[in-house]
Design a protein around this ligand. Sequence first.
Ligand code: PEP
Ligand code: MG
Length: 583
Amino acid sequence: MVEETNKSIMLFGEVASAGLARGPAFVCGCAKDVVVPRRTIDASEAIREMERFDVAISEAERELLELQEKVRQKVGKQEAEIFEVQILLLHDSSLREKVSALCLMQKMNVEAALDEAIDTLTSAFVRLEDPYFRERAADLRDVGKRLLDVLAKDQRSEVPIFPDGSVIVTPELLPSMIVQLDSQTIHGVIVEKGGQTAHATILARARQIPLLIHVPDATKTIRTGDPLIVDGLAGRVFIHPTPAIRREYDRLEADLQAHQTALKGLIDLPAVTRDGVSIKLYANIGKSADAVAAATLNADGVGLYRTEFVFLVQDHFPSEEEQYLMYRTTADRLKPREVVIRALDIGSDKLLSYFPLPREANPSLGCRGTRLLLAHPEILHAQLRAILRLSATHPVSILFPMIGGMEELRAAKAAIESVKASLAVEHESFNPRIPVGAMIETPAAAIMTGQLAQEVDFFSVGTNDLVQYLLTTDRTSSEVASYYEPLHPAMLQVLASVVAVANAKGKRISICGEIAGNPAYTQLLLGLGFRSLSVSPGEILEIKNAIRSTSMQQAEDVARRILESDTIQEIKACLRAANAPTQ
Ligand code: PEP
Ligand code: MG
């Protein structure tokens, strides 16, 4: 969508990494912009062409290993592992088979054959339903571009060199481009395609570079050198911003700066309400960079370690030892704070490339979470062994996802007991009283909180899934996005009841869904009875600020009024009034 604002042009996009950016545009192309020489070859040349292909593969692998090392040093070990995917794609037998068939049978030179093979394979990826695999198409294109560059030898274009201070505008942000991105020199990025879970997005977030994705026709509308303002808060780009718009953003930037500085002043202050009630503020983490951020921001610990990331960045199930080392690195960074490690939560929208699951008509209601782990005890046992071994030296706990009832929870606990027994036989140390928790993210678990409390040490409320199941609204669907409403009265009544039951049973309860990271909801959650919130590291200071700005009495008043409301509209009006600045 394009809109004219007094001669300045405005484009709209989706925020993938938040922040404000300004600078001249640097528009670049992708693999398709590489000039691909095309010619018909003699049958006798085919072997030589395939030899060139094999040499190019080795050279591209060398480059990728170099890039990987660069990312490892500049960003982090886990992020660097994304290049494993590209190295794997490089050696994929279907790529070589396709190129070879085109060279031998269609008499194509290797560049043309490679270009066609990459096209065929990426369009197969793009058609896949799972966004994780769809986004791997970008990796494959990146690999194709690299190979074409290697084959072009002397006139190799490499990844474009981004001028300092520019805003990159590109059809697709390829992982090899992002390694050049440094927030000191690159101010922002605008991408026509992109995805929230794309590797490049993950890296941009880790480097705190404002990134907008899904900005249609950005490379056609914007020219290199155009002055831009990227509003990575509202999801807008201004091309040739007018003086009035620039002034508006000068003000916003100054406000943001002042706000950020003020928030940094909260790092060492406690999360306590104005009337002295202490709140535990934990971090939700996935990758290693999050653990560093959580420690830097003085989180009370980790309330949710989504271990899916550990599995996602690999091309195979990480072994017990690999898992142990990764969990230990994270726990080391947070020590002596507690780290709640969630058992692998895959199925439905969270899939692993190397672990295809049977197709189901309704995968979100199918084999996922703890159910899936119980159906694959080898996966569960390896992970439990790694966590239990770590518990000997670090304060970690185990959290089971998607619990639907007592049977599942007891079976999961029995698995812990059996792993403890085998570790004991092997004289491996572990904490025999490692705390065990259940996610409350299914309506059944919410209703059964009282009974489940007999089996666990703590609960963690996952509102992201609880909203989807309670309101029968797919959390990933844009069609029904307007029905996905955490402020639905049914949802708030369920939250009130779950927290009351857990508190009455003396069980620790924390809330870790996205709702906990929104400062507009903090007062309500405290008023409902939550004393422990787990949020993304980037949200910790905002939430601490919200906690320190309210009193428990105000929070309880707001919650009482909201629980009496029958509609989402009334609830929103009530929250707006509660959050409005007082004069
Ligand atoms: C949730 O469902 O709220 C939750 C925290 O888990 P995830 O978002 O990882 O499914
Ligand atoms: Mg969940």
